[in-house]
Every structure is written in structure tokens, then in C-alpha cells.
Design a protein around this ligand. Sequence first.
Ligand SMILES: *[C@@H]1O[C@H](CO)[C@@H](O)[C@H](O)[C@H]1NC(C)=O
Ligand SMILES: *[C@@H]1O[C@H](CO)[C@@H](O)[C@H](O)[C@H]1NC(C)=O
Ligand SMILES: *[C@@H]1O[C@H](CO)[C@@H](O)[C@H](O)[C@H]1NC(C)=O
Ligand SMILES: *[C@@H]1O[C@H](CO)[C@@H](O)[C@H](O)[C@H]1NC(C)=O
Ligand SMILES: *[C@@H]1O[C@H](CO)[C@@H](O)[C@H](O)[C@H]1NC(C)=O
Length: 484
Amino acid sequence: MLLVLERFIGVLLVLVAVCMAVHGQRVKVRDEVTGYLGQEVILQCIFNPGADSSIKVSQVTWVKSVNGKKVSIAVYHPTHGPSYPQEGTTGRFSFQAPTLKDASLVIRPLKMGDEGTYTCEFATYPNGNEEAETKLVLLAVPKNSAQAVPVTTNYTETTVATCISADGRPPSQITWQSSLTGNVSTSQINNTDGTVTVVSQYNIVPSSQADGQSVTCVINHKTSKEPFRIPVTLSVQYPPEVTIEGYDDNWYISRSQADLKCIAKGNPPPTNFHWSSTDGPLPSTVEVINNLLVVKMVDSLVNTSFICQVTNAVGTSSSQLKVLVRGSPNNSGAGATGGIIGGIIATVVVIAVVVTVVLICKQQRKNQTARDNLDGPPAYKPPPPKLKLQSTEDDKPLDTGTEVLLKPVLLEPSSMVENSNGGHLKYQEVPMTEDCMDFQRTSNPSMDDDYLEQINPIYNELSYPATVSYQDDKEFVMSRAMYV
Ligand SMILES: *[C@@H]1O[C@H](CO)[C@@H](O)[C@H](O)[C@H]1NC(C)=O
Ligand SMILES: *[C@@H]1O[C@H](CO)[C@@H](O)[C@H](O)[C@H]1NC(C)=O
Ligand SMILES: *[C@@H]1O[C@H](CO)[C@@H](O)[C@H](O)[C@H]1NC(C)=O
Ligand SMILES: *[C@@H]1O[C@H](CO)[C@@H](O)[C@H](O)[C@H]1NC(C)=O
Ligand SMILES: *[C@@H]1O[C@H](CO)[C@@H](O)[C@H](O)[C@H]1NC(C)=O
């Protein structure tokens, strides 16, 4: 069993050795070489006999297959030197550094006809010819471009963009990227130099919506890893698209500043606006400023339909708007606005009142300190019952200044009238803070009590907190302010 396997392997090895000899394994070339049109290419070819020193090389030859026939294009002989049978004096072929081991061939400049299969042959003794094949592929870098084809709106399919990949080899692959749904038609032109020009057209039914849209031409070519992209902005000319804005359905007799605005899109942009009305020429009460129709004062003359007609290079379009003139304003839509404004005013008033009250109390505190020196006016208030109990006739240190100033307050006609009429008891009072109360206590209460008892028989009623009315609060605040 083991013996059989050993023999089998031995046979295999022999076969491999035979194959190597037959296929010229000692001649090294590259399977495929690419070169660019007009530039230089090197077809490498090395003979490597290895350890076998018995092999003699007599000559090196490059052979090209032309229409199935083999033609020698370059020969190197150690005695006669290099020769190039097909080239005459053009000198496009040359051995790089010819020896009997290195047959590398330089071709410069490359022509399209150079593309093909080349065989590198070493004439050896005793084995005969040993050879290897290399394929020369010619490339040409294309010149790419793309542009929009300006069109006018049309109901038939039209080319709106063109993309060209010129003079490439091999031919480029052209595709399009777009959010539009267009058809693509592509054609090729075989140039005489062997390059190919590819033309791709992007076709749509051109609408105004397509104007300004972007499409991208994507070009793939063997000479570039990354695709080449060219964005194109479409240009579709279309007649104006007209709308009239500014009518709020609330035009009423003698309203001021009611305007209409004519809005028009178009390519090319419209510049010519013409206003008219269905009743003929415009009423004398309106003024036209290009695309604006200005009504300074609404009257029955503008109770009509207005027409705005717009023209551009492609065409003319118009829009019509019916204006209804009302006898009186329609305020139903303004209800919410009125409520908001009312709320704001109310809030402002409340804040103003609160601020005023705070300021007055502050002012009173100031008076308290000022009173020591200046003997300022006291606040008017009936003393609390507690104070009345404490006071006696004996311990009243009279302050004449205070007395004089108190009198006009107490004898104020309004309060006196109410009291004397015997109606329900009513008098005015400043809302007191703690500070204000303190001030009252320190302002010599006994004097006040005494004085009041003398001039007003119903003072006793006043002296305990009976009905207290704040109803004239504001008015009182005013007089207080004036007083201070
Ligand atoms: C629409 O396209 C057709 C064919 O391309 C052309 O003959 C015609 O003039 C175009 N119409 C307009 C309005 O451009
Ligand atoms: C694309 O071509 C097809 C077939 O020719 C046609 O039916 C279709 O309407 C075209 N689409 C556009 C957007 O032109
Ligand atoms: C261009 O050449 C290709 C093959 O190389 C061929 O299929 C095609 O028909 C040619 N086109 C023209 C317009 O000659
Ligand atoms: C405006 O015209 C309408 C009819 O179109 C009419 O009902 C309305 O009373 C008119 N207004 C004025 C102010 O004349
Ligand atoms: C007044 O305006 C409101 C909304 O703004 C609308 O609903 C209502 O119909 C108008 N009234 C009249 C008489 O047109």
C-alpha cells in the first residue's frame, strides 16, 4: 500500500518536471501589462537557467501576433547586436539593457496598434526555444464633462442634460443619479486612434418643477478606482406662475392701507407686472407700484376683481382675485386679539396700583423719620380702642403743630356730612401696614383722642373698629400723594 503511494508521488513529480520544461518556466514575464496611449511601457522578460550551467543562449527575440501571424519585432544577437525588423527608423522599440539573460523591451510612445500579445523567446542549446507570453493592454484616460441643456417646458420627452466621457479606452460606463425619473440614452463614437467617446443624455418631460433640480453624471473608467461625478443643475424655462396675496377678506369702506401683492415665479424671472380689473381699467383710488397694488382708502370702486398679468421671455400668465367691500369691518376674527389686549391692559393697571401702594407706605416710613425734625403731617386714623383706654386727660403733652395740621383732615366735608346725616357710619382710611400702625402709636395718641372727643360727639363710635370702607381707596391715595 505504502509502496503504491510512493510510486504514485514519484510519477507526479516527473510529470511536473516535464510540464515546467515544456512551458518555458525559466522565462519570466508578466502575464498582462497596461500602458497609456502616448506614453512608455516596459515588457519585462528574464531568462533564469538556475543551477543548470550547461544551457547556452544564442539569441533573444520578441514576436507579436498580428492577425494570427507571428512577426518578429525585436531581435538581440550577441555578435550582431539589437535589431528591430518592423520599425524602420522610428525607434519606438528598444531593448532596455540587452543581454542573453534580460530581454526586457521598451515601447515609447505607445500607439493603439501596439495592443496585443507578445512572445519573448530565448534560443537555447540543447533544449531549443524557451518562451513566455505577455499581453499588452492599452488604456486612455477619458476627458469627462457634463452640462445642462436649457429647455422650455414641453409635453414631449426632451434631453435636459448631457454627459460626455471623451477619448477613453476602454469605453467609460456612464450612469445618472437624480431624484427625478428620467430616461437615459447612451451612444459611443469609435475614434480613429482606437479610443472611444461615450455620450449619455438625460431625458425628461420638462416641467417647471424640474427647473433648478440637480442630476449627477457618474462616470466609471478602468483608469480610476473612484467614479468621477459631475453634478448638473437643470434649467427649464417656463412661463410665469402667478398668485395674488394680501387679501384678508376684511376690506370695508374707508379702511386704510389695503394692499394686494402679485407673486410670480418663472424662468427667466418675470419683471413685467400689469394690473387691471374685470370692470376695465383700474379705479382711480388705487396706486400700482410694480407688483404691488396699493389701496390708500377702501371705497366701493375697489369692489371688483383684480387681475395681475405677468410676462417673461417664455410667456404670459395671469391671476384674478375677487375683492368684496363690506359696509363695516368684520371684527369676529379680532375677538381673540381684543381679549389678549384687554388682558394686558388689566394686568398693567393692577401692577401700577400695587406699585403705587408700596411707594406710599415707603414714603410714610420716610415721614416718620423726618417728623422728628420737620414735624411733618400725621396720618389720619382713628386710634385703636386699646390706645384709647391707655390715654388720660392729664398726660397729654400738646403739640400745637400737629393739632393744626390734623384739623383739616378731620373736618373734611365728605366724612362730616356722612356722619352728621346719621347714615351708616363711614370714613376713609389708608390701608395700614405694620409700619404704619407703629407710626400711628408713636404719634401721640392721647392728644388725638382728646381732640376728637371734643369736636365729634360720635367719636366713641369711631374709636372701635366699626365699619371700615376702602371704597374710595384710589381717590384717597391721590389726595395723600398731593398732601405729602
Ligand atoms: C416641444 O418639443 C418639440 C419637439 O422637441 C418641439 O418641436 C416643440 O417646439 C416644443 N414645444 C415648445 C413649446 O417648446
Ligand atoms: C422613458 O421611456 C419609456 C419607453 O420609451 C417611456 O414609456 C417613458 O415615458 C419614458 N420616461 C420618461 C420620463 O421620459
Ligand atoms: C465601436 O466599436 C465596437 C467594438 O469595438 C463596436 O461594437 C461598435 O459597433 C462600434 N461602434 C461604432 C459606432 O462604430
Ligand atoms: C360689493 O359687491 C357685492 C356683490 O358683488 C355686494 O354684495 C356688496 O354690497 C358690494 N359692496 C359695496 C360696499 O358696494
Ligand atoms: C368674519 O370673519 C370670520 C373669520 O375671520 C368668518 O368666519 C366670518 O364668516 C366672517 N363674517 C362674514 C360676515 O363674512
